[in-house]
Design a protein around this ligand. Structure first.
Ligand code: ADE
Length: 236
């Protein structure tokens, strides 16, 4: 079966969103992966299909009910392959990384839970041992955009999704370095030229220049990445 993404959400109409376009969209059409939204609303309580309630102990906002989310999770998991992780998108989660994207791409799929409001009842997180993942230190209004970010990063790594033209091996983060600058025609634009070495045809020199640029950029812009790299024993 194709890599199976499930998204539990109050806003199923937000999907596939941008994932329906370009590489990820083509891959979806080619059934290299499948996207299943699990709308939360039908699992809601009563005539109004309520999904949330006020926080115990008081305070602002609303909390997603554990019984409602629990029913949606049971429904989703009954259709998911064993080995697909269950992840709640939340700003207090483990920071998302290329390493996590690579791991996700090796699994049969993923089940993502999108929150809204003040979040999920903690008992659901504990009961299902849900992993929490953040896409960065900022607060979104809901998990839907974060889910799309994670799915995009994982799907492009699935076999057959990227053409040879955009190989994943020589890009930023595959070796832990930022990408070197790129240029294309025209040879001169707004009085600016392309570095001579790139037009020299000397492939060894070009590779050396690019490596140098990558290292300089990483050292100056991302000292955190640079210092992590230097302590890696395979760093040459
Ligand atoms: N939901 C709201 N903000 C988020 C973030 N930064 N990462 C993941 N999910 C979120």
């Amino acid at each position: 079966r194709a890599w199976h993404a499930q998204v539990i959400t109050l806003f199923p109409e937000a999907f596939p969103g941008i994932l329906g376009l370009s590489l990820t969209g083509k891959a979806l059409q080619q059934e290299l992966w499948q996207l299943q939204t699990v709308p939360l609303r039908p699992f809601g309580e009563g005539k109004h299909r309520n999904v949330d309630d006020t926080p115990a102990g008081g305070g602002a906002g609303m909390v997603l009910r554990p019984d409602v989310m629990g029913a949606a999770i049971e429904h989703a998991r009954s259709q998911q392959a064993p080995g697909a992780p269950l992840i709640y998108l939340s700003p207090r989660g483990k920071p998302f990384s290329q390493e996590m994207a690579r791991d996700l791409a090796t699994r049969p799929g993923v089940t993502l839970i999108c929150g809204r409001f003040e979040g999920l009842d903690q008992r659901v997180i504990d009961h299902y041992r849900i992993a929490e993942v953040s896409i960065g230190d900022y607060v979104l209004t809901g998990g839907e955009l974060a889910a799309q970010v994670m799915l995009d990063a994982a799907v492009r790594l699935l076999p057959g999704v990227l053409g040879n033209a955009d190989s994943t091996e020589e890009e930023s983060f595959s070796d832990g370095l930022l990408e070197h600058p790129q240029y294309t025609r025209p040879a001169e634009w707004q009085g600016r030229t392309i570095p001579d070495v790139l037009l020299s045809g000397h492939h060894g020199e070009i590779a050396k220049w690019r490596r140098q640029q990558s290292e300089d950029l990483t050292r100056t812009r991302r000292p955190d990445l640079w210092n992590a790299l230097k302590t890696r024993k395979d760093f040459t």
